[in-house]
Write a new protein. Structure first.
Length: 181
């Protein structure tokens, strides 16, 4: 090679014009995916918080001796379901997507007095269990309450990943003690 062609090659190797465009082309897709991931995981966390709060409201309505928002009924499962519907409707979540709890297995609740397993009373795919033992107590009596559980689906949209269009079911479980008055 001649010295002229070597000088041209050295000058081209030292040239940095356009390097920013190449770097941006390599980095921007990764940054875009990270931002989209943060958004969708934030959405999932928000929905999880909402359904957990709805389950707590449902359990509270189930144990309430006189429910003021229960439209004349005093059925614990109906009261719990109505409270869950109200909380989820306020948060703009579709209550028709509620499914029974399957993916998450909390400790099996037992009856306060008999110690046997408590069956679910299902109302709109929400499991309501009354008179469940909430704590391991010894002596004078067990702490009794209600348990409410269900799942809500959430679908991720993360292109070019294994999570794209994956649906997961977020569990909502709440246990609240019964008040004696």
């Amino acid at each position: 090679m001649t010295s002229v062609s070597l000088n041209i090659l050295r000058r081209l190797a030292d040239e940095t014009r356009g390097a920013e465009i190449a770097e941006a082309a390599a980095v921007l897709p990764v940054m875009f995916m990270i931002i989209i991931g943060i958004f969708w995981f934030g959405q999932a966390f928000s929905i999880y918080g909402t359904i957990t709060r709805a389950a707590q409201d449902g359990a509270r309505a189930a144990v309430a001796p006189l429910c003021t928002t229960c439209s004349g009924t005093n059925d614990p499962s109906t009261n719990a379901y109505n409270a869950i519907q109200a909380a989820m409707t306020t948060a703009h979540l579709d209550t028709n997507q509620i499914v029974p709890l399957t993916n998450y297995t909390p400790p099996a609740p037992v009856d306060c007095t008999t110690g046997t397993a408590v069956a679910c009373t299902n109302k709109g795919n929400v499991c309501v269990q009354m008179h469940v033992k909430l704590a391991n107590t010894t002596g004078t009596g067990a702490v009794c309450g209600a348990s409410v559980s269900f799942e809500y689906p959430f679908q991720f949209w993360l292109p070019f990943t294994a999570l794209n269009k994956q649906s997961i079911k977020l569990p909502a479980v709440a246990r609240i003690r019964m008040e004696t008055q």
